[in-house]
Design a protein around this ligand. Structure first.
Ligand SMILES: [Zn+2]
Length: 238
């Protein structure tokens, strides 16, 4: 049996979709072909039930996407780092959205003590998150632990995004970009804000900062520098 035979359904769906778009929005493909200018970078789970565009109600061209098992941002993952660098430096996205989801198989597997092969090494990153916050899980059931770890994992990955030189260099040159942490529920399709919104180096622990406050101020455009200096004086006087 040829592979094209097994993909018939996909090709017929694609033709139907393309025809509908061309009929309803004749300028859609010509416009998309010329450029993409998304405002958002989505870093999410590879889970087939968590599709960035559909969940956020965005069209092709409106969100740049990176997905892996359990939405992990590893300091040495050149795949994720390359997506992040291109999105921020070239596409100039304004928001990086790290999105986890309840019921994540990767997170649940990380809580167990069984081997599934190579992926065990990837899930080790989530075991590290659990171990770092182990005291929070003391009295929880297995289901409660899995849900809490899904949320804490998002918070940790937001931190990992912010600790990269990519984000810090962007902030240093005065580029406005905010990193958010969200969690999605497979139960009702609702996306919730975990209220971790990081928009500058002042919000990350000092050990991870690549530049001093003085260096940051020196590199800002003069108007923003004056605003930040007056804001700092104001906060010191309170
Ligand atoms: Zn998942």
């Amino acid at each position: 049996m040829s592979s094209s035979h097994t993909l018939d359904n996909i090709f017929s769906n694609n033709r139907r979709w393309a025809e509908e778009v061309q009929r309803d929005h004749p300028d859609f493909f010509p416009r998309l072909e010329k450029q993409q200018s998304p405002e958002y970078l989505w870093i999410g789970c590879a889970d087939s039930r968590v599709s960035a565009n559909e969940i956020m109600g965005l069209l092709p061209g409106e969100v740049f996407v990176h997905r892996n098992v359990a939405n992990v941002v590893v300091h040495t993952d050149f795949n994720c780092l390359s997506v992040l660098q291109y999105a921020i430096d070239v596409l100039q996205v304004k928001h990086v959205i790290v999105t986890g989801h309840y019921g994540c198989g990767g997170v649940r597997a990380a809580l167990e003590n069984r081997s599934m092969g190579l992926i065990d090494n990837w899930l080790r990153n989530i075991k590290d998150v659990y171990f770092k916050h182990e005291n929070l899980f003391t009295h929880l059931s297995a289901d409660e632990s899995a849900e809490l770890l899904c949320e804490i994992n998002v918070r940790e990955q937001v931190g990992n995004v912010c600790h990269t030189t990519i984000l810090q260099d962007a902030w240093k040159r005065g580029q406005a970009v905010t990193v958010h942490g969200l969690i999605y529920s497979l139960h009702d399709g609702i996306l919730n804000d975990l209220d971790v919104n990081v928009s500058g180096m002042q919000d990350i622990p000092s050990i991870y900062r690549m530049y001093s406050d003085a260096e940051m101020l020196a590199r800002l455009p003069s108007q923003r520098r004056r605003l930040q200096q007056s804001a700092q004086v104001g906060s010191q006087q309170q």
